[in-house]
Design a protein around this ligand. Structure first.
Ligand code: NAP
Length: 248
């Protein structure tokens, strides 16, 4: 069954990793996909072709998620191209890990701008069309470290915890208009972001996870399909950990 037939989704950071997995899974479920990237132009162009192979409409937009004006322009362009936005997935994110003692102000601000301010930027930009349709699903990508904290990631954890508070507030503000706002908190998902870690650390992570493996972009994408579809019509303001039991 195609759960998202003819629906339109915007995904930030769709060119690689989890965002790419979400784009492909949404296309398999019949959704038209608009996605952004920052600098991976070739990967974005290749993905558009792959998505079109599922018989859906697909388009890539270069748009720096940290830029407020660019987000407003992006929403306008997607609306012109696709006609309506049913689901927004704020997925773009970066890390700039360091112990607090060594963390620069620039690395703190950069991570908060790309990971948290971006969520404000684009959520605000898609509100009007969702309000008009009296329907919408907003899915924001946090992290288990936004719930638990992590040494060496004070900037990243702060940005991811901020996403949870933001999403709950949006759920409260917009529930009466049938706009839902939920969060996914991935655990250890094997992408380019986690390739930066050394193999011993990675093996340690895998062994500590109750399901004994790292997650895949598809594991996260399946949770996004659920939160975008009417299967979750009565769910808002929640944080769903998709972490193989890591936080249990
Ligand atoms: P990734 O492989 O590094 O991919 C990041 C994506 O975000 C890329 O498509 C990248 O675009 C895009 N991006 C980065 N900065 C951007 C900006 N300023 N504007 C627009 N797009 C930008 O990361 P990932 O592992 O897939 O992570 C995706 C999300 O899941 C992030 O929010 C991350 O914090 C979260 N997460 C990941 C894990 C994990 O274990 N991997 C765990 C918890 C949470 P370009 O290709 O153009 O650079």
């Amino acid at each position: 069954m195609k759960l998202l037939q003819d629906q339109n989704v915007i995904i930030t950071g769709g060119s690689r990793g989890i965002g790419r997995g979400i784009a492909l899974t949404f296309a398999k479920h019949g959704a038209n996909v608009a996605f952004t990237y920052n600098s991976s132009t070739q990967a974005a162009e290749d993905l558009v072709k792959e998505l079109e192979g599922f018989g859906v409409k697909a388009k890539a937009y270069q748009s720096d998620a940290a830029d407020f004006d660019k987000a407003q322009e992006l929403a306008k362009n997607v609306l012109e191209d696709f006609g309506q936005i049913d689901t927004l997935i704020n997925n773009a994110g970066i890390t700039k890990d360091n112990l607090l003692m060594r963390m620069s102000e620039d690395d703190f601000n950069k991570v908060v701008n790309v990971n948290l301010n971006s969520v404000f930027n684009l959520t605000k930009a898609v509100l009007r069309p969702m309000l008009k349709k009296r329907k919408g699903s907003i899915i924001n990508m946090s992290s288990v470290v936004g719930i638990k904290g992590n040494a060496g990631q004070s900037n990243y954890s702060a940005s991811k915890a901020g996403i949870i508070g933001f999403s709950k507030s949006v759920a409260l503000e917009l529930g009466s208009r049938n706009i839902r706002s939920n969060v996914i908190a991935p655990g250890f998902i094997e992408t380019e972001m986690t390739e930066k870690l050394d193999e011993t650390t990675v093996q340690g992570w895998r062994e500590s996870i109750p399901l004994k493996r790292g997650g895949t972009p598809e594991d996260i994408a399946n949770a996004c399909v659920f939160l975008a579809s009417d299967m979750s019509a009565y769910i808002t303001g929640q944080t769903l950990s998709v972490d193989g039991g890591m936080l249990t």
